[in-house]
Ligand binder design. Structure first.
Ligand code: AMP
Length: 396
C-alpha cells in the first residue's frame, strides 16, 4: 500500500481530535474525536465512509485513545497508508517560526513554552509521546498556532508595559489561529488572482474562539489575540478586550479571586455572558429573530467590536485587497457578515445580499457587489489539511 496519508492529531487536556488526510488531494479518509479522556465516560468516536462509530475507553486517557486509534486504523486498512503524524501545538513562543519535525530538542523547546499555554502545550506533548509510543518509526511533525504571527513587527507585538516583562518573561502579543490564517491567506490570493507577494488581506477567523489578522504580502503583520487567546474580539465565552483594571475592581470591590475572574472572562463572558442564553451564534441569531433584547445586544456588541478591530488591522497593511471571513461563524452567518460590511461601508464595502446568502455551508466566494470598491470573500478554512501539507513537505 502506498503511504499517501498523514495522520493529524490535535490533543486538548481531555480530548483528542484526529483525521487521516491525503495532503495531495485533501481527501479525508477518516476523522473523529476522543473525549472526556481520563474520566469514566471516556470514549472515542469517528466517521468512516459515511458511518459514525464509537468505542468506550473505560476511563482511559490520551494513551488509551491513541492505542484505540491505532487498532481502529488497522481494522479499517488505513494504518499502512500513513506516512507520518502531524501534531497541532498551540504555543511555539518565539522559538518556533515555522513547522518542524519532532526530535528531543523540539520536545524540550515545546515544554519550555508551556508556561505560555499551561492548558494546551502539556496536553500536546502527551499526544506526541503517545503517538511516538504507538506509531514507532513514523516521522512526527509539529505545527504551531502561533508561528504564522512571528513575522509581526516589534511595534505590533510589544505591549506598552515595563520592557523587562518582555525581556525577562516573554510577555508580548503572540496571536493564535495561525494555521488557519496561513491556509486562508493563500486561498484568498488563489481565488482572487492576487499575487501573494503583493497582497493586503484582512482575515476574520470567527468561531467559538474568534480572532482577526492582517496579512501583508503573505506574512502576518498584526492580529487581535495576544499573550493568550483572551485578547481581541468578542467570542463565544471570552470577553476580548476589556479594561485590565477589571481584575482589581472585581477583586477589591466584590471579593472575586484571581482564578474566579480569569474563569469569568474566559468561560462566562462574550456572547454567553451578554445574552445570558448561549455561547452558540446560531442560538443567539434564533433568539434575536424571536425578539430577545439581550441576544440582540450581544449580537450588536459582537459585530461592532469585530468591525472596529477589522478596520484597525487595515492600518497594519495600509489598505485591504480582500477582507476574508472564515470559521464556523464567518463561513455561515450571513447576518453577522452583512452587519459588519454595512458598518465598513465607508471604506467602500458594498454587500451583494444574494451572494452573501449563497456563501454558507461550505460554499465559498466573493460577497461584495460587482461595483463595490472593496472586496469581501468567504473562505472555508482547513487547518487539518494545512498540517498535512506541512508534514508532507517536512518528510519530503
Ligand atoms: P467553530 O468554532 O469554528 O466550529 O465555530 C462555531 C461557531 O460557529 C458557533 O458559534 C456556531 O453557532 C457558529 N455557526 C455554525 N453554523 C452557523 C450558522 N449556520 N449560522 C450562524 N452561526 C453558525
Amino acid at each position: 500500500m502506498s503511504k499517501e496519508n498523514i495522520l493529524i492529531i490535535n490533543c486538548g487536556s481531555s480530548s483528542m481530535k484526529f483525521a487521516v488526510i491525503n495532503p495531495a488531494t485533501g481527501e479525508e479518509a477518516i476523522n473523529g474525536i476522543a473525549e472526556r479522556l481520563g474520566s469514566p465516560e471516556s470514549l472515542i468516536r469517528w466517521k468512516f465512509e459515511g458511518n459514525k462509530e464509537r468505542e468506550e475507553l473505560n476511563g482511559g486517557a490520551h494513551d488509551a485513545a491513541v492505542a484505540a486509534l491505532l487498532s481502529m486504523l488497522a481494522d479499517k486498512g488505513l494504518k499502512d497508508s500513513i506516512a507520518a503524524v502531524g501534531h497541532r501545538v498551540v504555543h511555539g513562543g518565539e522559538t518556533f517560526k515555522e513547522s518542524c519535525l519532532v526530535n528531543e530538542e523540539v520536545m524540550q523547546a515545546i515544554e519550555n513554552c508551556s508556561h505560555l499555554a499551561p492548558l494546551h502545550n502539556p496536553a500536546n506533548l502527551i499526544g506526541i509521546k503517545a503517538a511516538q509510543k504507538h506509531f514507532p518509526g513514523l516521522p512526527m511533525s509539529v505545527v504551531f498556532d502561533t508561528s504564522f504571527h512571528q513575522t509581526m513587527p516589534e511595534h505590533a507585538y510589544i505591549y506598552p508595559l515595563p520592557y523587562e516583562f518582555y525581556r525577562d518573561h516573554g510577555v508580548r502579543k503572540y496571536g493564535f489561529h495561525g494555521t488557519s490564517y496561513r491556509f486562508v491567506a493563500k486561498r484568498v490570493c488563489e481565488m482572487l488572482n492576487l499575487e501573494v507577494s503583493n497582497s493586503k488581506v484582512i482575515i476574520g477567523h470567527l468561531g467559538n474562539g474568534a480572532s482577526a489578522a492582517a496579512v501583508l504580502n503573505g506574512e502576518g503583520v498584526d492580529t487581535t489575540m495576544g499573550l493568550t487567546p483572551l485578547e481581541g474580539l468578542v467570542m463565544g465565552t471570552r470577553c476580548g478586550n476589556v479594561d485590565p483594571n477589571i481584575y482589581s475592581f472585581l477583586n477589591k470591590e466584590y471579593g472575586y479571586s484571581l482564578d474566579e475572574i480569569t474563569d469569568i472572562l474566559n468561560k462566562k463572558s462574550g456572547l454567553l455572558g451578554m445574552s445570558e442564553l448561549s455561547n452558540d451564534c446560531r442560538a443567539i441569531e434564533e433568539a434575536c429573530e424571536e425578539g430577545n433584547k439581550q441576544a440582540q445586544l450581544a449580537m450588536d456588541v459582537f459585530c461592532y467590536v469585530l468591525a472596529k478591530q477589522l478596520a484597525g488591522l487595515m492600518v497594519a497593511t495600509g489598505g485591504c485587497d480582500a477582507l476574508a471571513f472564515t470559521g464556523g461563524i464567518g463561513e455561515n452567518s450571513d447576518a453577522i457578515r452583512g452587519k459588519v460590511l454595512e458598518m465598513l461601508g465607508f471604506m467602500g464595502f458594498e454587500m451583494d445580499a444574494q451572494k452573501n446568502l449563497d456563501c454558507r455551508f461550505g460554499n465559498e466566494g466573493v460577497i461584495t457587489s460587482d461595483s463595490s470598491k472593496a472586496t469581501a470573500i468567504v473562505v472555508s478554512t482547513n487547518e487539518e489539511l494545512m498540517i498535512a501539507k506541512d508534514t508532507a513537505i517536512l518528510i519530503g
